[in-house]
Write a protein that binds this ligand. Structure first.
Ligand SMILES: *Cc1c(COP(=O)(O)O)cnc(C)c1O
Ligand code: SF4
Length: 388
């Protein structure tokens, strides 16, 4: 765990008031090779990585200060998420430009509507840090293409005429890249649509720019609850006192917080790392929600793990770790098939009413269904309402 006050010497003379001002952090992001070389011992793979594909890099001074800058060839998890490497230019099996087929499921320009009761709204193409594994690398970073007022009005109109949508994910890019005023306006407009019950702010700012979580932002938003926050911590090195305070400010202001971790090769793909991360999250009132199989976005081949790895991690967590700290392992099916959750198979056999299971420690147990239960329950889905 790193201390909040950790600041790379490069920014030692910056006054505290500036350092803790998110606008200063956003304005002073490191985004050129020349700047990076001034304070990071780059290795050739990183030097060749800049420009390996058309996906820019940008790193806030705060997040850059968490990097191990001193060793060339460092496998630092912050560095690997933020600094491009030459491998990004290499093709890899299964690669796609738009792995989730998001561009094909858009009824209006900035809405992706794939599940009946939920929709995803893109409000910004900017982020404090451009994660190298980003599923939306095809548009994120192209700040000029951010949606304007016309696109937003069109989205509100769609939500008004589609009352089945109860849960709106405000995403991007990162919605917290917008000014307080614009973000609050968007949330107010959504809250004014009677059929929209839940708002979700999908943001990595608690990780990459925790200074963004200010009282000025939270005050007007808390009148618009229920708002959930979906954040994206990937490694314990991101779990600083500063990040912890951002989560606490959100929780204290009444936001419910979930975390989505993306499994990344040699970065967080083992049970110990996920355990340490998730224990910290739960301590800060953030519920580990999804552990994501990395989407096969072009340029991320070197970061992806086999599906087996995620299953093995969940298998190792179950029975050893509080259920509150165990996320669902999810694969978002390429081509727009949607999310499927995978769980390690504990059922060994089933004969009539007798089910045999293997528990988390490999021991076998039997469960017998009650006498009056039909041996195989017919599906009753047709007689049940789909949504309550
Ligand atoms: C992931 C996703 C959602 C939200 O799904 P949950 O499983 O409810 O978190 C909604 N819309 C789209 C397009 C998504 O990709
Ligand atoms: S914060 Fe999210 S949208 Fe932005 S680059 Fe990272 S993964 Fe992509």
């Amino acid at each position: 765990m790193l201390d909040a006050s950790i600041r790379h010497p490069r920014w030692a003379s910056v006054p505290d008031a500036q350092w803790s001002d998110w606008r200063w952090q956003q304005r002073n992001r490191v985004s050129t090779l020349a700047e990076l070389e001034q304070f990071v011992a780059l290795d050739p793979r990183e030097r060749d990585g800049v420009g390996a594909r058309g996906f820019p890099f940008a790193i806030t001074p705060y997040y850059a200060s968490l990097m191990d800058c001193t060793r060339a060839g460092s496998s630092c998890p912050i560095r690997r998420q933020a600094i491009p490497v030459a491998d990004e230019g290499l093709p890899s099996l299964g690669d796609m430009e738009d792995p989730l087929g998001e561009d094909d499921h858009r009824p209006v320009e900035i809405i992706s509507h794939r599940y009946p009761d939920r929709a995803l709204l893109y409000v910004s193409h900017n982020c404090p840090v451009y994660c190298r594994h980003c599923t939306r690398a095809r548009k994120v970073g192209d700040v000029a293409s951010a949606p304007g007022r016309g696109a937003l009005d069109e989205a509100y109109a769609y939500l008004r005429r589609t009352p089945a949508i109860r849960d709106v994910l405000i995403s991007g890019g990162d919605p917290l890249s917008l000014s307080d005023r614009r973000l609050v306006e968007i949330c107010q407009a959504l809250r004014a649509i009677p059929s929209v019950e839940v708002l979700r702010l999908c943001t990595r700012n608690p990780v990459t720019l925790p200074q963004r979580i200010t009282a000025e932002l939270l005050e007007p938003l808390r009148e618009l609850h229920p708002i959930w926050v979906s954040t994206h911590f990937n490694h314990p090195r991101e779990c600083t006192a500063e990040a912890g305070r951002a989560l606490e400010r959100l929780a204290d202001a009444g936001f419910a917080i979930g975390n989505q971790t993306v499994l990344l090769r040699d970065l967080n793909d083992d049970a110990e790392t996920i355990t340490a991360l998730n224990r910290w999250l739960v301590r800060h009132r953030c519920r580990p929600y999804y552990l994501f199989q990395c989407d096969p976005v072009r340029g991320s081949g070197h970061l992806r793990t086999p599906i087996e790895t995620g299953l093995r991690i969940i298998d190792e967590l179950r029975g050893r770790l509080s259920g509150l700290a165990i996320p669902q392992f999810v694969v978002d099916l390429p081509g727009g098939g949607g999310k499927v959750a995978l769980t390690p198979d504990r059922v060994i056999s089933r004969e009539g009413r007798r089910w045999r299971f293997r528990n988390a420690h490999g021991r076998e147990y039997e469960y017998v269904d009650p006498d009056d239960a039909p041996a195989a329950t017919p599906r009753r889905a047709a007689s049940l309402p789909l949504v309550m």
